[in-house]
Design a protein around this ligand. Sequence first.
Ligand code: ADP
Ligand code: MG
Length: 291
Amino acid sequence: MSSALQPASPHVRDSAVAATESPRVPRPSNAEAPAANARVRLKAAELSAFFGSSEVVKSISMSFRDREVTAIIGPSGCGKSTLLRCLNRMHETVPTARVAGTVTLDDQDIYARGVNAIEVRRHVGMVFQRPTPFPTMSIRDNVAAGLQILGRERPSKTETDHIVEDALRRAALLDEVSGRLKESAFGLSGGQQQRLCIARALATRPAVLLLDEPTASLDPISTQKVEELVYELRQDMTVVIVTHNMQQAARVSDRTAFVLAGELVEFAPTNALFTTPSDQRTEAYITGRFG
Ligand code: ADP
Ligand code: MG
């Protein structure tokens, strides 16, 4: 894969991607197509997810690589959130929910007997569609809340201050909140609250960050900030982002997966998926013929 990965939009003929606004976060012109040999961190194999007897994720196999952003797109209700929630053992928190198949993080089965789900979530962090700051907590304590997971290994107060600052910096929020870390997180805008939630997830230094439509409730400026942040974070971690926004997938991701009715239809380098999809259903979706 030697061709430079360009913003997908200008290349896409008569598609829904091309039909809307141009990318707000142009990719660096020297951005490479994803390396074929990048290390796999997280891997789903024949992963199925059920609510009761209803199978909403159907035997999906896919790998998520180090220092890459993988986007998951598909129509509403196709199983994107459920797939994501299987990757850090959140799915099982719903009564009647069940998972089949395997998910491995660095070749370790996260569903193996004896593996603690809380521990898994420390390494595979998650951010949801709506910002979920803890309303009664300060900005600092919201970020530090991510460390509660560590139990007795929890860092000292001074160490925590450093970790909070570092996480806020990585979440591109520090400049906007330094000096008011003790104030309530509720004083922040929606976009800042979402970056706060990202900081909270980053505090435990996860290997993988899962983002479920993280900009769905944000205005365009806040959306751009989060997109830029996602692009930065990929420098030292694995990012998986669910989005119903194809422009966003094209802007921020290295690879894109198209899911339809619980099945993985196509998974390819983002540029290829949006310009030369190999499955007719993918083409129909990205050109706006359904979904
Ligand atoms: P997406 O994120 O792509 O919109 P979801 O993963 O949320 O899709 O949902 C996939 C399917 O699972 C949908 O048919 C949805 O109605 C169903 N579903 C989601 N959550 C639950 C739940 N808690 N109980 C039962 N069914 C659910
Ligand atoms: Mg969803």
